[in-house]
Ligand binder design. Structure first.
Ligand code: GLN
Length: 539
């Protein structure tokens, strides 16, 4: 790596390699930040992964990082050791993480013009770790969706095929990390929004155990399901970022006071060690996760990956999670119910944009009618209905009971296995518009990820090859607080497939991002937009 830094593009490095090169003085934080900003400014018209690029803030943070490196170097080796782990390393923030003095729209017109008055807990953590925030990334409105097509700011293109979605709702962060616009990204995952876009863009994404990361200062979708987590281009980077984000924060009473390990430092260093760590590990393969509608080639890649894990020493046992089938139906009662309560605060008085229409009720109706998009309105109606008098017991209460059954399935499985291995998404990235006119087809994108949120467990998605040139994701699911094991498994899988041909491939449409004649995702997806508009007319 030492030689590579001076000869290659620094944006191609992994975050941990950047951190090392910065410390060694082979690269300045300013140079690294400029390299990323340059790419974003040149290429994002064709990808639309960013909703706000913070050139000024990023350059200032990078300059301060360089000053700290200089000071520490003068103080000698101990000085460098005392520096925080991400000093000078760029990161992309999903547009629902509050950062003081910066916009946060959560992909919604209703938050247009809103400027955050304070920092989210994780924004404070990132600043303390020395990270350079490059800006904010595109997302489905209020994190509702699986394609990023529900953003009020237009869809994001997948760098593997710009005519396809990057997944969602954290599609902007996933696409930015895949296209080398940032080495690290932040996402949130309520039903799959970190793992599914990670799978569709060939990146690594982790949804932590519920309570691992404070939700203070994150725009809420469904509070009993939301978790914040990392994206990276390898497992070590995702692990390094989680150590920065995780830990107790008294401003979120659901954040747990459980010690946070240095996840990255604990990982095996060499591929040999990584592979050896599979010996004696019992992995459960849940029968129910090979769902109807799964693409045969995606299933083939996942089964090949499981076979390789088996050949390298893991013991694979089939397990049953019998209530899996109810995951989707119960999620789409609980998540909209919580969303309808959380979104009541957008009333045209307290946040963002406001419409005026005669009296207070008129203002309220005009603000919400014009500010929310189709999918958000659909969720508010579903949620309000499920919570209304007479229906609460029939829907919400029943869904909560089934949620307990789903959790018990996992508890039972973890009595006999160390972790589960499964597909992340039943399909590869789909073309713009393909699922817009049929909400249930969009909801099915998360069939393999939703149950994990219902049970509050951690899940890691790692790339496991390509299907027709598009990335496929492999999911490891752990018992609560067992992120450490998931990272080890992900790292072991990287180690045993280190020389696979597909690992050497970069996203196929990166050259198109540099071509000024490439249409923007909004232009490409106009057919999809038309479908969305006709769906809107029907609501
Ligand atoms: N796609 C799911 C939904 O629309 C999950 C989204 C998420 O995890 N934020 O609710």
């Amino acid at each position: 790596m030492t030689a590579a830094v001076s000869t290659t593009d620094p944006t191609r490095l992994r975050a941990h390699e950047m951190a090392r090169a910065l410390r060694a003085g082979q690269l300045s934080a300013r140079e690294l930040t400029e390299a990323h900003l340059g790419l974003i400014e040149r290429q994002d018209r064709a990808m639309n992964a960013w909703s706000f690029v913070d050139r000024e803030g990023a350059v200032e943070a990078a300059t301060q990082a360089d000053e700290r490196f200089d000071g520490a170097r003068r103080a000698g080796p101990e000085g460098l050791d005392a520096l925080p782990p991400l000093l000078g390393v760029p990161v992309a923030l999903k547009d629902l993480v509050l950062q003081r003095g910066r916009p946060a729209t959560a992909g919604s017109r209703i938050l247009q013009g809103f400027v955050s008055p304070y920092d989210a807990h994780i924004t404070e953590r990132l600043a303390a770790a020395g990270a350079v925030v490059l800006g904010r990334t595109n997302m489905d409105e209020f994190a509702m969706g699986s394609s990023t097509e529900f953003s009020a700011w237009g869809p994001t293109g997948n760098p593997w095929d710009l005519g396809r979605v990057p997944g969602g709702s954290s599609g902007g962060s996933a696409a930015a990390v895949a296209a080398f616009h940032a080495p690290l990204g932040i996402g949130t995952d309520t039903g799959g929004s970190i793992r599914q876009p990670a799978a569709l863009t060939g990146t690594v994404g982790l949804k932590p155990t519920y309570g691992r990361v404070s939700r203070y200062g994150i725009v809420a979708f469904a509070s009993s399901l939301d978790q914040i987590g990392p994206f990276g281009r390898d497992v070590r980077d995702a692990a390094m970022l989680l150590s920065v984000l995780a830990g107790r924060d008294e401003r979120d009473s659901t954040s747990a006071d459980i010690p946070v390990p240095d996840y990255a430092a604990e990982l095996p260093q060499s591929d040999e060690e990584g592979a050896a760590s599979l010996h004696g590990v019992r992995l459960g393969l849940p029968r129910q996760y090979f769902v109807a509608g799964m693409e045969p080639d995606v299933e083939a890649r996942v089964r090949e990956a499981v076979d390789v894990l088996g050949q390298c020493g893991a013991e694979i046992v089939e397990v049953d999670l019998p209530h899996t089938d109810y995951g989707l139906a119960t999620y789409y009662i609980i998540a909209p119910a919580e969303a309808s309560a959380n979104l009541a605060r957008y009333d045209g008085i307290r946040y963002g944009s406001a419409a005026r229409d005669g009296d207070v009720l008129g203002d309220y109706l005009a603000t919400r009618g014009g500010g929310f998009g189709t999918e958000v309105k659909r969720r508010i109606m579903l949620g309000t209905y499920a919570l209304s008098a007479g229906y609460y017991d029939a829907y919400y209460l029943k869904a909560q009971k089934v949620r307990t059954l789903i959790k018990r399935d996992f508890d039972r499985a973890f009595e006999s296995v160390d972790a589960l291995v499964a597909p992340t998404s039943p399909t590869v990235a789909f073309p713009f518009g393909a699922r817009l006119s049929d909400p249930v087809s969009m909801y099915l994108s998360d069939a393999c990820t939703l149950p994990v949120n219902m049970a509050g467990l951690p899940g890691l998605s790692v790339p496991c090859g390509l299907s027709n040139g598009l990335p496929v994701g492999l999911q490891f699911i752990g018992a609560a607080w067992d992120e450490r094991r998931l990272f080890r498994l992900g790292r072991a899988y990287e180690a045993i497939t280190a020389s696979a041909d597909w690992r050497a491939l970069e996203p196929a449409d990166l050259p198109a991002l540099d071509d000024p004649s490439t249409p923007s995702p909004a232009e490409r997806s106009s057919a999809g937009r038309a479908a969305l508009d006709s769906a809107a007319a029907a609501v």
